[in-house]
Design a binder for this molecule. Sequence first.
Ligand SMILES: [Zn+2]
Length: 244
Amino acid sequence: MFRRWWFVRLLRDNGPGAGAARRRATKHDRALLLREWEVIRDRLAVFAAQRVTAAGEVFRAAELTLPAEESAARADYLWALEAFEAAGRLLEDPADLPELAAAAVLAERAVERLAAVHAEHAGRRPDPPVVRCFYNPLHAAAAQPPARSKVKASRRPRTGAREAAADRRPSCRDCRRAILAGEVPDVLPALLPAGATGRRSPAALVPYYVVPQQWSVWAVTGCGAYDDGVPALVLRGEHRRRRP
Ligand SMILES: [Zn+2]
């Protein structure tokens, strides 16, 4: 979805003594970058709204009444409903791209959990949870990591730095291929405001996961992909308290 955004670009400050030409270029760069951010935001807003709407249709068609003795399924059902509600809440006034991505992620996770609840209720084994790509949780599901634990350490093939980097986080096939090729994967960007990391620090468009974790719940949780506590956090309105 973000093929055009494949590298980190900085919005430079106009430092003291900078020439007029440099100031013009900087202003031009800033305008270009902000326009690009707006284009991505608008596309992502449409996509996220579609995911939330689709989830709403699934919930309406698959309503459940669970008996008290199915306590695990009831807890999962409650979580799915909260995740769906949180996804809708995030669409109301999104602050940045990761919030929109989180709306789509939570809507999809809500539908997945609902399907698991139906399976549990019917006495079937639910599908394993989808593991999302860390670099962009809107990508295809992460490829299964190699089952190395079954291979004796002495027989393991030696892996280089790139293989180690590729194995460090769950990644979809394309992102893994990019990392193995020494390229930057097609990451989800976030806008880091000017002054966020110091009085003179420039605004920057950065991978969402490098935003300091004390400011971004999305950097910590993979846009809600890896943490079941996110829906409750959003519904309490605490997902923005960490912003600078
Ligand atoms: Zn990916």
